[in-house]
Design a protein around this ligand. Structure first.
Ligand code: GDD
Ligand code: MN
Length: 376
């Protein structure tokens, strides 16, 4: 055992943690030891622990964290296999805690860990339920951590949240916060494990019942590795806004699936029009080709967007495509069947047509969820 480990054991590692700091990680093997050291420095005198939630990163992040855990019991690790997603990882990490308070922080040194003792202070005072580190309150800054484009996107997202979710936060996209664990546990059944906006989800779901405190900080630049938040995250965000607008009666996945379905209609019409205009094919042949192109494009987009956490690759991609064709063929039957049934009762073309389309969409969604993108 190293001198370091012995001395830290003496300072009482087995003390029950007052705060668990959840670090979601994906390819952060270089950053994990640095963050852990930084936490040791700034949390002296606090009983804390870290819960790394790693989604089986190919760079061996979980292994790196477990090595630390062999020396220091304040490091705990959850290794998730076959799953991806920031919000889900944060939720699982917080659920694994028994501490009075839980915090979520990026594991890439972009979040200023020296804020943690102050966040803890605020919660201990029992004046607040959640403390959010914000880049947009007086004193907080985006620093060089965000590109101009991301900053613009971030501002847009903030105003949407304010407008539609009635959430008054200066930085609703922040992924750095601490809250009373019990408050979190109460809300957790209604939270979405999809996407990136875990804090916004918590606050929006709480419906104003959380007492919020915002503290400013400067978002730092990444030293090692790269950001995992690509432009698809914007889709997630819009999805969360929609789901909350519909009071969670519609799932984000279903909304994404329907959105992709709508793009499929456009693809279908463009292909049909092109084939007919160039006189390559007769109507029925053109319609058949257009249907296949649209189904393929829907499959491709759903695989990239709706189910990107379960994205099919290689042989599974082909199997998925075939099952998707199969599902959609039955979807057409469901669509036409329902439309005819309704039309027989009530000869309103738009009502029958819309009901048929909805039935088809619901069928395709439910069936492809279990058949094409089934959880392995
Ligand atoms: N377990 C797990 N699974 N962790 C993940 C995943 C995932 O699928 N995706 C990202 N992470 C981890 C990263 O390893 C990092 O520790 C943290 O989550 C944040 O991811 P980054 O990829 O570094 O995000 P960012 O810096 O671009 O975005 C930051 O700013 C956003 C607002 O603009 C984050 O703080 C976001 O939470 C925040 O919304
Ligand atoms: Mn980051």
């Amino acid at each position: 055992m190293t001198a370091e480990a012995t001395s830290s054991n003496l300072t009482g590692h087995n003390a029950i943690a007052e705060v668990s700091i959840v670090l979601p990680t994906y390819n952060e093997s270089k950053n994990i030891p640095l963050v852990f050291e930084a936490l040791k420095q700034c949390l002296k005198g606090v009983a804390w622990e870290v819960i790394v939630v790693d989604d089986n990163s190919p760079d061996g992040s979980a292994e790196v964290a477990k090595k630390i855990g062999q020396q220091d019991s304040r490091m705990r690790v959850i290794r998730r296999v076959g799953r991806r997603g920031l919000s889900g990882a944060c939720i699982e990490g917080m659920l694994a805690s028994s501490a009075k308070f839980v915090a979520v922080m990026d594991a890439d040194l972009q979040h200023d860990e020296t804020l943690l003792p102050r966040m803890l202070e605020e919660l201990r005072s029992d004046q607040h339920d959640i403390v959010i580190a914000s880049r947009h309150v007086e004193g907080g800054e985006v620093g060089d951590g965000l590109s101009a484009f991301r900053e613009w996107g971030s501002n847009l997202a903030n105003s949407l949240a304010r407008r539609f979710l009635k959430v008054e936060l200066s930085d609703p996209m922040s992924g750095f916060f601490m809250l009373r664990r019990e408050a979190f546990e109460e809300l957790v059944p209604s939270l979405s494990s999809q996407g990136f906006k875990i804090m916004l989800d918590i606050v929006a779901t709480s419906n104003g019942s959380l007492r919020i405190k915002e503290l400013p900080f400067v978002f730092r630049e990444r030293l090692h590795g790269e950001s995992k938040l690509d432009t698809l995250v914007t889709m997630d965000y819009l999805g969360l806004l929609m789901a909350k607008l519909f009071h969670d009666r519609l799932s984000i996945r279903f909304l994404m699936f329907s959105f992709v379905g709508a793009t499929g209609v456009i693809v279908h019409l463009i292909v049909l029009k092109t084939l007919l205009a160039t006189q390559i094919a007769e109507f029925s042949a053109a319609q058949l080709v257009a249907t296949f192109v649209a189904m393929t494009s829907n499959f491709f987009l759903n695989n990239r967007l709706t189910y990107r956490d379960r994205r099919l690759k290689g042989a599974a991609w082909f199997r998925g495509l075939l099952t998707f064709y199969l599902v959609c063929s039955f979807g057409v039957l469901a669509n036409v069947g329902v439309a005819e049934l309704i039309y027989a009762q009530q000869p309103l073309w738009w009502l029958a047509g819309a009901a048929g389309a909805l039935m088809g969409a619901v069928w395709n969604y439910v069936a492809s969820k279990t058949l094409t993108w089934r959880q392995s």
